[in-house]
Design a protein around this ligand. Structure first.
Ligand SMILES: CC(C)(COP(=O)(O)OP(=O)(O)OC[C@H]1O[C@@H](n2cnc3c(N)ncnc32)[C@H](O)[C@@H]1OP(=O)(O)O)[C@@H](O)C(=O)NCCC(=O)NCCS
Length: 189
């Protein structure tokens, strides 16, 4: 971990200006080239990624979180909320597409990003956060397990990466309600 002082910031974003969007696209392609692990396999280029992020910002069920190192976007994560017709699972949400560019790693930004997503999910009334990750993403696995996520299963055919089938691990974490009484989330309760 770096000993230099840096300004770390993670914020939920509803709009991105062109400079931030360009930095975010660069960070995303850098993370893909280094090994991905959050969906993309091949670098997409600035135009395609810019279209992707503009589209994400239009989807009501997705909240986009941007990680900044010294003010510059270097990573992101998405909180996906269940559709309105899924009442039975309205208490859960999904953390997905989390990454930090290789040049900004080791400063604690991913940890902060996961905390911010958890806080937001809890504030929206969700009590369970689900996520899944390729079994090859050792750093991400250490991060999520260190933050209290429980692995409940492994999908043997989770992803295809460069012609190879890769397994993936599934995790959940129970979130503390931000106000009101705690729910009993044990099965059957
Ligand atoms: C996983 C990832 C987001 C971590 O980003 P980061 O900003 O460097 O992480 P942080 O600095 O917040 O570190 C958080 C924890 O991750 C783990 N970690 C970070 N760097 C590590 C390293 N080089 N080796 C082992 N563990 C490491 C540690 O558990 C660390 O906790 P600690 O600081 O208490 O030791 C980043 O490596 C990444 O983008 N990987 C590729 C994409 C990916 O796998 N995404 C997850 C799938 S959704």
């Amino acid at each position: 971990m770096s000993t230099t002082e840096h300004e770390l910031l993670v914020e939920r974003t509803e709009a991105l200006d062109e400079v931030d969007l360009a930095d975010l696209c660069e960070a995303t392609d850098a993370a893909i080239i280094e090994g991905g692990g959050f969906g993309w396999v091949e670098p997409q280029g600035r135009e395609a990624l810019a279209r992707h992020f503009r589209g994400v910002l239009l989807v009501p069920a997705i909240e986009l979180f941007i990680a900044r190192l010294d003010g510059v976007p270097v990573g992101s994560a998405q909180l996906i909320r269940p559709p309105r017709n899924n009442e039975a699972q309205a208490f859960s949400a999904q953390l997905t597409h989390a990454y930090v560019a290789p040049y900004a790693r080791g400063h604690g930004l991913a940890r902060l990003m996961v905390h911010r997503v958890e806080e937001r999910a809890a504030a929206l009334g969700h009590r369970v956060l689900n996520l899944d990750v390729r079994e090859t993403q050792n750093t991400a696995i250490a991060l999520f397990e260190g933050l209290g996520y429980t692995r409940w299963g492994t999908h043997p055919a989770y992803a295809r990466v460069r012609g190879r089938t890769v397994a993936g691990h599934y995790y959940f974490k129970l979130l503390e309600p931000t106000r009101g009484r705690a729910l009993d989330l044990r099965a059957g309760a």
